[in-house]
Structure formats: C-alpha cells, structure tokens
Design a protein around this ligand. Structure first.
Ligand code: KIV
Length: 294
C-alpha cells in the first residue's frame, strides 16, 4: 500500500493540544486536524499522512457495522475497533468514544468502562457526549488520569431525545444552554470539546469563551480544529453526505469499479494469467508427488 509520509514525527499529546488553543492575545495557532478511524489500515494511513487526533468514533456503528444509529454499539465492539486502530497509530493522539449506555449510570461503573479503553485497548483519552449532565463523570475520569474530550450540540446518542438529527442551538435559549454545557465540560476538566451541528456564530462564541480547544464538525470554520467521519469524506457511505462533510475522494466508486473488473476478468478467463500462476519445477514433471512450486 502506498503511504505518503508527512515528515512530522513528534508524538501528539494532550498538553501539546492544549497549547494549540488560539487566544485573542495570540497570533492564530495552527488548526488541529482530527479524523475518525475504525481499523488498522485506515488508521495507519491517516497517522502517516499527518492527522493529529484519531477518534474511534461510535459512528463505527453506522458507517462500518451497518446499524441504523450509534445506539446499539456495545462496549466490546468499541474495544475491538479501538485495539485495531491502536496497532495502526503511532504519532496521533488516540481517542476512543464511549458507547451509549456505558457511562450513563453509576459513575464507578462508567470509570471502570473508561479504564478498559486505556488499559486493554491503548486509548490515550475517551470522549463522552453531553454537557452539564456529565460534570461529575468528567471530573471523576479526569481525576483518574483519563483525559476526556467532551462533545456537545448535535449529540447522536441523544437522537431519540432530540427527535432526530437536528442542528442545535438555533434559538436564544438553546444557544445559552449550549454555552453553559460547554463551560461545564471545561470546568469539569476536559482537555478539548467537540462542537457538532451548531451555527457557526455560536461555535465561534464558544471557541472564544473556552480555554480548551474546540473541535468542530458542522460548526463552521472558527473552531480550533476540525473533525470529519472518514467514510463521509471518502465517499464510502450509501447516502448523500451531510452539508458540512466535504467529499475528498470517491473510494466507494473505486472499490465498486475494481470489483466489477475482477468479476469480468475471472469470468472471461483473463485472471489469473500465467504470470500470476505457480509452476511445477521441470525435475518434478511426470511425478505423482506434489511439490511446492516457486
Ligand atoms: O462518532 C463520531 O464519529 C463522532 C464524531 C463525529 C465527532 O463522535
């Protein structure tokens, strides 16, 4: 597989990301680049291409496992994918999304689940959805030395409560609540926060208000960094991408075309060719014994 090295080999860490926060007093800092990954080859490709934060998103449920929402994803499934991604990532910071139901009850149980991502799967941080309601949990995880990435706005695990995947914070009251949520996440000790599906003006205000970096997805260009779901940007989903997801390649079409050509070659006898076949050594010709050919 061809890999285009990025040349930058310094390990990305939580303290380094905190330094990347742009403040009014600063000259603008370089934006933080994040993408989701769910398996070894894509994780390795994106790590070597220079992405700084790799998130094993619970979006794996929809884009790689074929579920209708992120809700059915189990802890074991999420751990399995995080382990595969861990093997492909050397430089980027590896963040694991905690699945729905693994951090919504007892805080001790939630802490145990988060510890599994670090201890068994090699994650360097975990991500949890929700604002003010997650104050105690985020504080507890941070106290246990597990860096936390927050996530507010259009939080897909709240799809039933929200009544669908809708842009959040469009009313004055909604915007105020989101500001409170983002402040609570920061106050609880999170090192960064994803802002998803909110007006760019509100994202800009939250970004200005917080001391931790904001990572936007469908939140406009003023956040401290950006994240996309890999399958959206590569054209590997079976629907039109959302408005905010720029399509950088059409890998679905490349795979489809390659498979069509393969089927045609097999059926026409064009594959495999003689050069793609092993041959019986001359000395063995005429014998009954089967030799391993070169
Ligand atoms: O699960 C996911 O992929 C996410 C990102 C969209 C932030 O939470």
């Amino acid at each position: 597989m061809s890999i285009i090295p990025n040349g930058n080999t310094a390990k990305v860490t939580v303290p380094e990301l905190l330094q990347r926060k742009s403040s009014a007093a600063d000259s603008p800092k370089k934006k933080i680049t994040c993408l989701t990954a769910y398996d070894y080859p894509t994780a390795r490709l994106m790590d070597e291409a220079g992405v700084e934060v790799v998130l094993v998103g619970d979006s794996v449920a929809m884009v790689a496992l074929g579920y209708d929402s992120t809700l059915p994803l189990t802890l074991d499934e999420a751990l399995h994918h995080t382990k595969a991604v861990r093997r492909g990532v050397k430089r980027a910071l590896l963040v694991a999304d905690m699945p729905f139901g693994t951090y919504h009850g007892d805080v001790n149980e939630s802490l145990k689940n988060a510890v599994r991502f670090v201890k068994e799967a090699g994650a360097e941080a975990v991500k949890v959805e929700g604002g003010e309601r997650r104050l105690e949990l985020i504080a507890r995880l941070t106290e246990a030395e597990i860096p936390v990435m927050g996530h507010v706005g259009l939080t897909p695990q709240s799809v039933n409560a929200m009544g669908g995947y809708r842009v959040q914070g469009k009313t004055a009251g909604g915007a105020e609540q989101l500001l409170r949520d983002a402040r609570a996440v920061e106050a609880a000790g999170a090192f960064s926060i994803v802002l998803e599906g909110i007006p760019r003006e509100l994202a800009a205000e939250i970004t200005k208000t917080l001391r931790i970096p904001t990572i936007g997805i469908g939140a406009g260009p003023d956040c401290d960094g950006q994240i996309l779901v890999l399958h959206d940007m590569l054209g590997l989903t079976f629907q039109e991408p959302p408005k905010f997801a720029r399509r950088y390649a059409n890998v679905g079409e490349v795979i489809s075309q390659a498979v069509r050509e393969y089927c045609a070659d097999v059926q026409s006898g064009n594959f495999p060719s003689d050069a793609e076949s092993y041959h019986t050594p001359k000395a063995a010709k005429g014998r009954k014994t089967i030799f391993l050919a070169s």
